[in-house]
Ligand binder design. Structure first.
Ligand code: AKG
Length: 293
């Protein structure tokens, strides 16, 4: 099928964007999960969170969108239809991500159990959660998460959670396999991958055109349709992006972070944390030229 990745029209699945590998068959085998994370840079776990729990969370988020008058009138609320020309809506509110029905997804026991098994100790999750209602023609450019949250634990992981069944043409999470360990990405990891958007005043996205990364540095972009209950987990140095939302419906998802409880926590994302506070002083084009990238 034809989809859009960044601003390029591409075919999915194809050489440009192939299918993500599923890893739910490895659950219960911690060594195998670590090995898969090391090899692929991510774990795609289908049906990991109870589907009805995720759909109950979706209902609460859609009700909030309706209260913000962000939904097209006279349309079924759970469909999340955007008004004409619908754009991404800010869903910043702390109380929404901490609503019991939403938190029941984002801090579900299965996530704590998985990370505690992986870390071999108690896990904690940031208080801050990145809830997104992504509008038509919008997407997320390619980046490493380290640049946004790299001040604490070195064992920090992102969990991307779709709130509903989201086909790839509605904007889903894609990863660049190899970006976390290929030699051809070493300079990116050692420069951009050690920077901090607030301290260094750089833009967060390494590249607005994800396909340009593989053309220049190698790796393989991988994507998927997702269903409510699926999650994808990846580390701070796995390059990722989203496909572009080509539909008339919001793409609802939330990304959350987990780390070992005994390790330091990036203070921006703790309870009462500052969040981002810096302003962009160097665009990515300038920064990349300085890094020789
Ligand atoms: O959902 C998106 O568009 C981007 C998510 C992301 O960058 C992340 O989970 O780290």
């Amino acid at each position: 099928m034809k989809i859009k990745f960044g601003y390029r029209d591409i075919e999915f699945p194809s050489r440009e964007l192939d299918q993500l590998r599923e890893s739910q068959d490895l659950l219960g085998d911690t060594a195998a999960l670590w090995q898969r994370l090391d090899t692929d840079g991510y774990l795609l776990l289908r049906g990991f969170i109870d589907r009805e729990t995720v759909l109950a969370g979706r209902q609460v988020i859609m009700e909030r969108l309706q209260a913000q008058q962000a939904l097209a009138p006279n349309t079924p609320i759970l469909e999340g239809v955007m008004p004409r020309g619908g754009r991404t809506v800010r869903l910043r509110s702390e109380d929404l991500v901490h609503h019991p029905a939403v938190l029941g997804v984002l801090e579900n026991n299965v996530l704590f159990d998985l990370f505690e098994a992986l870390f071999g100790e108690a896990a904690l999750t940031f208080t801050y959660k990145w809830m997104r209602a992504v509008g038509n023609d919008q997407y997320t450019g390619a980046h490493y998460d380290f640049v946004y949250m790299g001040r604490g634990s070195r064992d920090l992981y992102t969990v991307w959670i779709p709130f509903g069944d989201i086909p790839i043409e509605q904007g889903t999470l894609s990863v660049c396999r190899g970006s976390h360990k290929l030699d051809s990405f070493a300079r990116i990891r050692d420069t951009y991958g050690r920077s901090d958007v607030d301290r260094d005043g750089i833009e967060g996205w390494f590249e607005r055109d994800p396909m340009a990364i593989v053309d220049k540095f190698g790796g393989q972009w991988l994507g998927s349709d997702y269903r409510a209950g699926d999650v994808i987990i990846f580390g701070m140095h796995t390059m990722h992006a989203s496909t572009t939302n080509l539909t008339t419906k919001y793409r609802l998802s939330c990304d959350v972070r987990y780390q070992p409880a005994s390790q330091p926590v990036d203070e921006r994302w703790k309870k009462g944390g500052t969040g981002h506070y810096g302003s962009t002083r160097r665009d990515m084009k300038t920064a990349r030229a300085e890094w020789g990238l």
